[in-house]
Design a protein around this ligand. Structure first.
Ligand code: 5GP
Ligand code: ZN
Length: 114
């Protein structure tokens, strides 16, 4: 039994507002959104962080980005712009240790953060 909350979301064991899923990737709305659009795009397989990314999963990472691109179009933020964030490790405040790409948009953001 995994204790990983995002693995449980992929398995459907805990509820989420899923907006996309396929054989390798799942995307769902962040429970604590920081902008009108805040979606987390994750690999279905458990990879803890970018630091742990196996070289053979390069393509999977690329897939996270093309899914982000499609979801941005669906959300109507492809033209207005959006931010893609991956937090890695303690200084970046990574809280959930299942690699995830934040897709954030729908409002003007500050540079570089906020
Ligand atoms: P991190 O800081 O690790 O990059 O971000 C983790 C994100 O996961 C946070 O934005 C947090 O709101 C979100 N999150 C944590 N637990 C859950 C959950 O159970 N469901 C959903 N949908 N999002 C979660
Ligand atoms: Zn996991």
């Amino acid at each position: 039994m995994t204790e990983c909350i995002f693995c449980k979301i992929v398995a459907g064991e805990i509820p989420s507002h899923t907006v996309y899923s396929d054989e390798t990737v799942t995307a769902f709305r962040d429970i604590n959104p920081v902008a009108p659009t805040h979606i987390l795009i994750i690999p279905n397989k458990h990879i803890e962080a970018v630091s742990d990314l196996p070289e053979e999963d390069e393509q999977l990472m690329g897939h996270l980005f093309t899914v982000a691109q499609k979801l941005a179009e669906e959300e109507g933020i492809a033209e207005s712009g959006y931010r893609l964030i991956i937090n890695n490790g303690p200084d970046a405040n990574q809280v959930v240790f299942h690699l995830h790409l934040h897709l954030i948009g729908g409002r003007k953001m500050k540079y570089p953060m906020g």
